[in-house]
Ligand binder design. Structure first.
Ligand SMILES: NC(=O)c1ccc[n+]([C@@H]2O[C@H](COP(=O)([O-])OP(=O)(O)OC[C@H]3O[C@@H](n4cnc5c(N)ncnc54)[C@H](O)[C@@H]3O)[C@@H](O)[C@H]2O)c1
Length: 335
């Protein structure tokens, strides 16, 4: 198998995860890592027996590197991705794709113009619960989906690894609807299809540190007639991550997405239901899998399964939700 050389840009929490995961995938060599913070880049490069640079442009000049994994903050995804594509590198960018649609469009255009692959790290597509729920809906065994609800709720960011300045600014992070809920928005769209309008309510109640709403209830109208509700919150002392899909012939209920004895319940109106223990669903390590699939697309010259347009669609839905919170009106798509 042809070995693909990769570079990793951004060596914070997710950059480390991407680099370690890439290192574990057969047929990938992590050649160089880059971060503005030398200590982070040096430590990761030592762990992986790679080199490091502070200026990512030096990494892009290395001919052995065919693809980059970008894990800088969201507002840096577009400038780095465009530079990488112009240097003929294939691009894997972390979610959210970018905080603005013009940045998303610049990334898509640069990849097209340079004939390189572009994918976005919407890794939940490789998680057990998300892929199982979507698979059951798509199989049609419960009929067409009518209503999908997902909640991902928790307390305010006041300390810990997530409490970094860029995450508190919407212009840099995209706000929680992008920085966190890019995953849930993509999950809902992946399961129920394209969204035609968004009607959202929200406000800022507890997390004063950020400059965006700390709770949003966003209702989505899907093109196929189904409806959806995303509950995004930093004001929930009792947190959780789960949801349900009610279809014309029955329901799928996943009160907890991960952990312990969590189950997915499948209950048709007619006949017996069943439960799937989530830990019994065998999936490869999700971050390794998203990278393996991306590198396979490079090797086979096929489109990556998650495209720039998928990343852009999640950004557009989040932007529409913020617009709707501000205007109090439903926001039709496309923006
Ligand atoms: N897929 C997931 O589940 C998941 C989880 C966490 C984070 N993320 C995403 O990963 C990205 C990074 O998040 P994080 O938690 O690792 O943040 P972080 O702040 O820990 O790390 C970001 C790093 O990027 C570096 N950086 C900034 N500008 C740079 C530049 N020009 N060149 C090189 N390095 C630069 C910073 O110095 C920092 O070390 C975000 O887009 C975030 O949404 C994804």
């Amino acid at each position: 198998m042809e070995t693909i050389g990769v570079g990793v840009i951004g060596c914070g929490g997710m950059g480390r995860s991407l680099a370690n995961s890439a290192h574990a995938v057969e047929g990938i060599e992590v050649i160089c890592v880059s971060d503005l913070q030398e200590a982070l880049a040096e430590k990761l490069s030592t762990d992986l027996n790679a080199s490091y640079v502070l200026d990512y442009h030096e990494l892009l000049a290395d001919d052995r590197i065919r693809a980059v994994l970008i894990a800088a903050p969201p507002f840096m995804h577009a400038p780095i991705a465009v530079d990488a594509a112009n240097a003929a590198k294939h691009v894997f960018s972390e979610k959210p794709m970018a905080p603005t649609l013009s940045d998303c469009d610049a990334m898509i255009a640069a990849a097209e113009e340079n004939g390189v692959k572009l994918t976005i790290g919407l890794v939940c597509r490789y998680h057990a619960t998300h892929s199982a729920v979507r698979g059951i809906v798509q199989s049609g065994e419960l009929g067409a989906p009518a209503c999908m609800m997902v909640h991902r709720i928790g307390g305010p960011w006041r300390s810990g690894g997530s409490y970094v300045p860029w995450r508190l600014e919407r212009a840099k992070s995209g706000g929680s609807l992008m920085e966190i809920n890019a995953h849930e928005i993509d999950f809902m769209r992946w399961t129920c299809g394209d969204v035609t309008s968004v009607y959202a309510a929200g406000g800022q109640y507890v997390q004063e540190e950020s400059d965006y709403p700390d709770v949003v209830l966003a209702s989505l109208q899907f093109a196929n007639g189904a409806i959806g509700l995303l509950h995004s919150s930093h004001i929930s002392a009792v947190g959780g991550y789960g949801g349900r899909v009610d279809c014309e012939g029955g329901s799928i209920y996943f009160p907890q997405t991960w952990g312990g004895n969590a189950t997915i319940q499948i209950k048709p109106f007619e006949g017996e239901g069943r439960q799937i223990k989530i830990s019994d669903i065998e999936v490869p390590p999700p971050v390794q899998e998203e990278i393996r699939v991306f590198v396979d697309a490079i090797r086979n010259d096929t489109p990556p399964p998650i495209t720039g347009l998928d990343g852009r669609a999640a950004v557009e839905i989040a932007l529409a939700a913020y617009q709707s919170v501000e205007s109090g009106q439903p926001v039709p798509l496309p923006l």
